[in-house]
Design a protein around this ligand. Sequence first.
Ligand code: ATP
Ligand code: MG
Length: 215
Amino acid sequence: MNRFITFEGVEGSGKSTQIQLLGDYLTGEKIPVVLTQEPSGTPIGRKIGDILFHRGHFAMCPETELLLFLAARAQHVREVVLPALQSGKTVLCDRYSDATFAYQAAGRGLDPAFVAAANDYCAMQVRPSLTLLFDLPVETGLERAGRRDARLTNPAAADRFEREKLDFHNRVRQAYLNLYTAEPERFRLIDASGSVEEIADQVRGQVMDFIHKQR
Ligand SMILES: Nc1ncnc2c1ncn2[C@@H]1O[C@H](COP(=O)(O)OP(=O)(O)OP(=O)(O)O)[C@@H](O)[C@H]1O
Ligand SMILES: [Mg+2]
């Protein structure tokens, strides 16, 4: 039984907030969980993330960006995801392959067939059994992310993704919705425009429904 649950959606849609709340809830239900994230789910991935999100790296070309995310994924799947799944844990992962299709293929315009082949090579065909798609207007997510960044110790600037134009974010949002339409049995759509508690209720409901159907 594979319980690999990924959290996807545009900037500021609440993925990192909700993964923590779901992790606490499942732990309370005595379900062993591993919480992880991409690209920074391993020590090597954290260093790759430093390059990807460095405030000064505005010249990074899309091909470099793609290959760095995939390098982090290759490491993460082998070091964290597969061992945890093999030991029977439920893995909750903040962003995974769908983000690569949404951001680097649809957002940056890279060839989806190449992205798919390279992703399969790096991810060893490890696919999520459930993906929660946090959907909301991109403006709302960017406003939330902007308020969060303003509270950081170095609020100098948003990262390269948050600085992208609305058009980029809308392409990413639409690509996520297309992935959902193409694979409705894997995805659950979460209305991410409400309060933290409202969203947490939806997430718990969808995940417990999935777990009960697996049993
Ligand atoms: N439902 C909500 N309503 C209002 N604010 C929220 C809500 N959920 C999260 N936030 C706040 O919005 C900001 C962004 O949330 P969070 O970091 O969880 O989003 P994210 O999807 O992980 O973003 P990113 O894509 O940048 O990683 C945080 O400051 C968080 O506290
Ligand atoms: Mg986050």
